[in-house]
Design a protein around this ligand. Structure first.
Ligand SMILES: Cc1ncc(COP(=O)(O)O)c(C=O)c1O
Length: 486
């Protein structure tokens, strides 16, 4: 193995540099599945780093699902070394069945199904007892407020807490700039309604959250799908080309732990994005539902933190962190505030007050930060276990993302693979997945699918991953056989 020395002045820690270096060798094929890695001592000498640095690097590579230790023998490249897809390769375009996304969501209702399809938090991980107590408290002591008629923008107490929390995302917002909505989806819908007219085109990253297409359909909007990669999201080069060609009226992105790729934009890219859109006077609708679910370090900033021209409508909710059933979200619309409030009023008048008041109390002193720490740790552990199980049971050609937050993994199989067929076969065995085709209208990603990692690890889950791996292998083997015979 040829090695260039590790640079101590590099921004990353030494062990991460060593891990990245070895990962590069696996990705380019210098180290093949089943190959033995250089011994810890040898790498320590070759790279002039300490033994503990090499050991830490090998531990990181194990976590990434790339290598495995064999007792008394050393470290080996896994049979299925989990390489991240670059820009997700798509298979040949196919027609997309509009009802498929809705079917995937319907499978959520079936308690017998192992829920790997919908990106919802598992109720075991939610602070249900505290929330129930707070709801009881609201109904007992704030009954008049809870039952009174109300109008947008929603509970003052809740907007105050949301504004306070937004400081963690780098945003300086006052409560009167916030509209409480029925979840983030409504916030996005109202924001789209405020900044577009029927027939307009909105730029989105591809693949993207499938319900955005439903909003576009209801509002008679066109989507311009821009390439994105699992590391830092949408291509700004492609976005600028669309802006130059005056193709788009607005942009709708999930910059922190996007769904389904799990990408997270760097601060530098967020700053560049905010400046670029301001230059062309094209508003951004930023959906930040996964922003609080980072695994390491500080919470990633919102693009809104770099908004100098009041050009960004920020949308989020507690559906991914506290409770999807409370149906509480918000939009920070500022210059579009009055339109968003008015549209909200026309559509459903207001959001139910009891959950708003209970959530406000939870954010004030219900232990939100402690809960988030627990949730983030659980998601990171579950995602690592899921990636390991994928490495153990899936075909060698499988590629899978390695997000630094959020709750979903995106898997890419060879181009001939059909994930809709996998969806149907796995549902028959009581497992739901989200097939890639629903995340785009271009007919791409037929060979991809998304897995939800919010379920606490269990034997049943391990069995489900094993079954999915078997079904993937079976489908690929049958396709190969047909090709040989035909
Ligand atoms: C990116 C994104 N935005 C919005 C939503 C919907 O959020 P809510 O349930 O708060 O409406 C989801 C749900 O999966 C999502 O992934």
């Amino acid at each position: 193995m040829h090695v260039t020395p590790i640079d101590p002045a590099h921004g990353k820690s030494l062990y991460e540099q060593v891990a990245d270096r070895v990962q590069g060798l696996i990705a380019e094929g210098t180290l093949q599945p089943g190959d033995r890695l250089p011994s810890v001592r040898k790498l320590h000498e070759q790279l002039s780093v300490s033994i503990s640095t090499v050991l830490e690097a090998y531990r990181v590579l194990e976590d990434r699902g790339l290598i495995q230790a064999r007792p008394q023998s050393g470290y080996y490249v896994r049979h299925t070394a989990l390489i991240e897809p670059e820009e997700p390769e798509s298979s040949a375009p196919d027609t997309v069945d509009n009802s498929l996304a809705y079917q995937v969501m319907q499978a959520m209702r079936d308690p017998k199904v192992v829920q790997l399809g919908a990106a919802v938090p598992h109720t075991d991980l939610l602070p249900l007892a505290t929330l129930n107590r707070l709801i009881g408290h609201v109904l007992r002591y704030k009954s008049a407020e809870a039952h009174a008629d109300s109008v947008p923008p929603g509970s003052e107490a809740l907007r105050h807490e949301v504004a306070r929390r937004l400081m963690d995302a780098g945003c300086s917002v006052t409560p009167d700039q916030i509209v409480i909505t029925n979840g983030a989806f409504e916030a996005v819908y109202l924001s789209l309604r405020a900044v577009t007219r029927p027939g307009d085109t909105v730029a989105i990253e591809s693949p993207t959250y499938f319900d955005f297409f439903e909003a576009f359909e209801l509002l008679h909007l066109n989507a311009l799908e821009l390439p994105a990669n699992p590391q830092d999201g949408v291509s700004l080069t492609h976005l600028e080309q669309a802006l130059q060609a005056q193709q788009i009226t607005a942009c709708l992105l999930v910059p922190n732990f996007s769904n389904p790729l799990g990408s997270c934009m760097s601060d530098a890219k967020k700053k560049q994005l905010a400046a670029m859109l301001a230059r062309y006077e094209v508003p951004l609708i930023e959906d930040d539902v996964f922003g609080d679910l980072h695994f390491k370090g500080a919470r990633p900033k919102a693009v809104k933190a770099f908004d100098r021209q009041d050009n960004i409508l920020y949308c989020s909710s507690v559906s991914k962190t506290v409770s999807p059933g409370l149906r509480i979200g918000w939009a920070v619309a500022r210059r579009y505030q009055s339109q968003v409030e008015r549209f909200k009023w026309v559509i459903n008048q207001t959001t139910a007050m009891t959950p708003q008041l209970a959530l406000a109390a939870f954010l004030v002193n219900g232990g939100y930060d402690r809960h988030l720490r627990h949730l983030r740790r659980a998601y990171e552990t579950q995602m690592t276990r899921m990636r390991r199980a994928i490495a153990d049971y899936f075909p060698a050609e499988t590629k899978v993302t390695r997000p630094r937050g959020g709750q979903v993994l995106w898997l890419q199989m060879p181009p001939e693979f059909n994930a809709v067929d996998l969806y149907q076969a796995s549902l028959q065995r009581g497992i739901s997945i989200a097939p890639g085709a629903i995340f785009s209208k271009t007919g791409s990603y037929r060979n991809c699918f998304r897995l939800n990692c919010s379920m606490p690890w269990s034997e049943q889950l391990e069995e489900a991953i094993k079954t999915l791996g078997y079904l993937c292998k079976k489908q690929l083997a049958e396709k190969m056989l047909r090709e040989i015979e035909g």
